[in-house]
Design a protein around this ligand. Structure first.
Ligand SMILES: Cc1cc2nc3c(=O)[nH]c(=O)nc-3n(C[C@H](O)[C@H](O)[C@H](O)COP(=O)(O)OP(=O)(O)OC[C@H]3O[C@@H](n4cnc5c(N)ncnc54)[C@H](O)[C@@H]3O)c2cc1C
Length: 591
C-alpha cells in the first residue's frame, strides 16, 4: 500500500491545535512564516513518500546483515540516507551556528512524523542523532561542539545513545561500564552495552556514541554515572578522521519489528579502552543524558503517532476496496466501510491518532516556548508543562500506535495476518515503541511520582484548569456539530481531577497504592488531554472557516462521545483498583 503524506493533518495540528500562527504573530519564532512552514511540510511529505516509504518493505524483509565487522543496511537504504542528509533534513530544528536551520521543534517534529510514517526503522536513526546533537549542544565543551555538531547536523555522521547493559535496563543505577581517566583529558571506556539502536551501519564513516559509564571512585547508584562521547573513529583536531577507536559491534539482534534498524551489542574497550571525552560534569551524566532522553521520549511518542497514521491509511484504503456483506436497501455486497462496526473501528483509529498527535505537538510547543517565550515566568511555566506532558506524549502515543496498528490488522480480516498486505508489519514495528526510551510503565510512574508533585501540584492544576477553559469554549460555541462532546469532555476533566487529587494524597502515604494506579492514570490523562485538544483544534478550524472543519468537528465529537467516556471508569480504576493489587501477594499469581 502506498503511503500518502498527511500534510493536511500536520498543518491542521500546527495551525489549530498548537496555534503556530499566533506564536509567529507574537514574534516568538524569529523569521518563520506560514509560507516557509508550508514549503517545509510539502517538501518533507514528498521526500517521505517518494524516497523513504518505498524502502519500508524491503527493510522489513532484508533487515540488516553483518559482513565481517561491518553492519550492512538493506538494499537502497544507504542511498536514501545520503539524499536525506544532502537535502539538509537533519538540520531542521538545530542551531544555525553549527549549520542547522534553527526551526522550532514543532516543525522538526512534523517532519519527523513524516519520516517515521514512511518507515519507523528509518526514522528512529535520525531521532537518536538529533538527541545526540541536543546533549552535546547543552553539555559538551565548545571544542567537542565544534568538532561534532556540524557533522551530526549535516548527517555526515550519526549519533547513538548507550545506556542499556544486560543487567541494567530500567534500573540504570546497576550499570557497570567503566571510565578510567587517562590524565590527558580523555578516558578509557570499557564495558558492554546491548540493544543499541544504529550502533553500527554503513550509512556514514563515523558514529558518535554517547555512553554512560562509571568513574573508578564514583558513588554507587545513579549519582555515580558519567556521560562520555566515544566516536567510532577518532577525530583529529582539524575534524578529519584518524584511527579506529576501540569500539565494535559484537552482534546485531533479530527482532519482532523495525528489522532495518540495526540493534547492536556494542563492545567498548576490548583492546585496552575506547577513548572517550566527558560530556558535562563527572557523576552528573544521567542529568545530561536526560536532555537527550526527554527529546527522544517525545520523538518516540511521535513514532507511535506516525505508525498509527500509516496503519490507519492502509486500513481505510482496504475498507473502501474490500466488499463483503450486505446492507439494507443495497444490491449485492458493499464495501466493508459501510458497516457501522468497521466504520467505528476506523473512526477509533483516526481519533486516537489525532489525540496522540495533539499531545505530542503540545509537548513540542511547550519545549519551544520554554526557550522562546517572552519572559522568564512564561519560559519556566512552559518548561514545567513540557516536563508534565513528556511521559504522556511518550506512553499514551506509543500505546495508541500499538492499538491502532492492531485495529488496522483487524480491519483487514484474515489478510491482516498475512504479511503481503503490510498491515502486519505496522503492528510488529509499532510494538517496540512502548518498550524503548523507558518502558511505558516507567513513564506512568514518572508522571505520578515526579510530575504530579511539581510545584506542590500547581503544574498539573494549571493544566487541568486550561483543559476546563477549552471545554468551556466548545460548549459556549453552541455548535450542534459537537453533539454531547462538551458534556462528555467536562466529565472526563472531572475524572482526571478526581484521580489527580487522589494520587496526590496517596503519594504522601502509601506509595504502592499510587503506583498501582499509575498506568490507568496515564491513559486517563492522555484520553482527556487528547480529547480536549482535538476539540480545541476542531473549534479553531471552524472559526477559521477551514474546509475540513466539519469532518474535524465530527471526529472530535466521536472521540468525546465514544472514547473519552472511558475517563470516569479509568478514574475509578485508579482510585479503587489498588486494593486488589495490595491484597494479592506475588506468590498467589502462581495459582
Ligand atoms: C529494539 C530496541 C532498541 C533499543 N534501543 C536502545 C538504545 O538505542 N539505547 C539504549 O541504551 N537502550 C536501548 N534499548 C533498551 C531499552 O531502552 C530497554 O529494553 C528498556 O529500557 C527496558 O529495559 P529492559 O529491557 O532491561 O527491561 P526491564 O527493565 O527488565 O523491564 C521489564 C519489565 O518490568 C518493568 N519494570 C522494570 N522496573 C520496574 C520498576 N521499577 N517499577 C515498575 N515496573 C518496572 C518494565 O516496565 C517492563 O515491563 C532498546 C531496546 C530494544 C528492544
Amino acid at each position: 500500500m502506498t503511503f500518502t503524506a498527511h500534510v493536511d493533518d500536520l498543518r491542521h495540528t500546527l495551525n489549530h491545535v498548537v496555534g503556530l500562527p499566533q506564536q509567529i504573530e507574537a514574534g516568538l519564532l524569529g523569521d518563520l512564516d506560514a509560507d516557509l512552514v508550508d514549503a517545509v511540510l510539502e517538501e518533507a511529505g514528498r521526500f517521505a513518500t517518494e524516497v523513504i516509504a518505498p524502502l519500508n518493505r524491503v527493510g522489513d524483509i532484508e533487515g540488516t546483515r553483518r559482513d565481517g565487522d561491518a553492519v550492512i543496511m538493506p538494499t537502497g537504504w544507504k542511498e536514501a540516507y545520503r539524499q536525506w542528509a544532502e537535502a539538509g533534513w537533519g538540520g531542521l530544528p538545530c542551531p544555525p551556528e553549527f549549520g542547522g536551520q534553527g526551526l522550532p521543534m514543532q516543525i522538526g517534529l512534523a517532519a519527523q512524523e513524516l519520516w517515521n510514517s514512511a518507515s519507523m526503522a528509518f526514522g528512529i536513526g535520525t531521532v537518536l542523532t538529533h538527541g545526540a546533537v541536543e546533549a552535546i549542544r547543552a553539555h559538551g565543551t565548545r571544542q567537542l561542539q565544534d568538532l561534532y555538531l556540524p557533522k551530526l547536523i549535516s548527517g555526515e555522521w550519526t549519533g547513538t545513545m548507550n545506556l542499556t547493559e544486560p543487567h541494567a535496563g530500567s534500573d540504570l543505577a546497576a550499570l557497570r561500564a567503566r571510565a578510567e581517566p587517562r590524565g590527558d583529558g580523555t578516558y578509557a571506556i570499557t564495558g558492554t552495552k546491548i540493544f543499541i539502536t544504529y550502533g553500527d551501519h554503513d550509512f556514514t564513516d563515523n558514529i558518535a556514541h554517547l555512553v554512560l559509564a562509571r568513574l573508578p571512585d564514583a558513588p554507587p547508584g545513579t549519582r555515580g554515572i558519567s556521560l562520555f562521547l566515544v566516536p567510532k573513529v577518532l577525530v583529529n583536531d582539524d575534524g578529519s578522521l584518524g584511527a579506529a577507536n576501540d569500539v565494535k559491534c559484537a552482534g546485531v539482534e533479530h527482532k519482532l519489528g523495525i528489522h532495518a534498524s540495526p540493534t547492536c551489542v556494542m563492545a567498548f574497550g576490548e583492546n585496552g579502552g575506547a577513548t572517550g571525552w566527558l560530556i558535562g560534569e563527572e557523576n552528573r551524566g544521567l542529568a545530561c543524558m536526560f536532555t537527550m532522553m526527554n527529546s527522544a521520549r517525545l520523538h518516540v511518542g511521535m513514532q507511535g503517532v506516525a505508525i498509527a497514521e500509516r496503519a490507519w491509511q492502509q486500513a481505510r484504503a482496504y475498507a473502501h476496496e474490500r466488499r463483503q456483506g450486505r446492507r439494507p436497501g443495497t444490491e449485492g455486497m458493499v464495501a466493508i466501510i459501510e458497516h457501522p462496526d468497521v466504520k467505528r473501528t476506523l473512526m477509533t483509529m483516526k481519533a486516537l491518532t489525532a489525540a496522540a498527535r495533539a499531545i505530542c505537538f503540545s509537548t513540542a510547543r511547550a519545549i519551544d516556548l520554554s526557550h522562546l517565550a517572552g519572559d522568564e515566568a512564561e519560559r519556566q511555566a512552559n518548561k514545567a508543562l513540557a516536563d508534565l506532558l513528556t511521559p504522556v506524549a511518550k506512553a499514551f502515543s506509543t500505546d495508541v500506535g500499538v492499538e491502532v496498528a492492531s485495529l488496522g490488522v483487524q480491519v483487514h480480516g484474515g489478510m491482516g495476518f498475512i504479511e503481503e498486505t503490510g498491515a502486519a508489519q505496522h503492528f510488529r514495528d509499532a510494538r517496540i515503541a512502548p518498550i524503548y526510551e523507558g518502558t511505558n510503565g516507567i513513564q506512568a510512574i514518572d508522571l505520578v511520582t515526579r510530575k504530579l508533585p511539581m510545584e506542590g501540584g500547581a503544574v498539573v492544576e494549571r493544566f487541568v484548569s486550561a483543559l476546563r477553559d477549552d471545554v468551556g469554549r466548545v460548549m459556549a460555541s453552541n455548535d450542534p456539530g459537537f453533539g454531547q462532546a462538551g458534556y462528555r469532555l467536562s466529565a472526563a476533566v472531572d475524572a482526571l481531577e478526581e484521580a489527580t487529587d487522589w494520587l496526590q494524597r496517596e503519594l504522601g502515604g502509601d506509595q504502592d497504592r499510587a503506583l498501582g494506579g499509575a498506568t490507568p492514570y496515564l491513559r486517563l490523562f492522555g484520553l482527556t488531554a487528547g480529547g480536549v485538544a482535538v476539540a480545541r483544534g476542531a473549534l479553531a478550524a471552524t472559526k477559521a472557516g477551514d474546509g475540513s472543519a466539519l469532518a474535524r468537528v465530527n471526529l472530535a465529537r466521536f472521540l468525546a462521545e465514544n472514547l473519552a467516556t472511558e475517563a470516569p471508569a479509568l478514574a475509578a480504576t485508579v482510585t479503587g483498583g489498588a486494593g486488589a493489587l495490595a491484597d494479592m501477594p506475588a506468590e498467589q499469581l502462581a495459582l
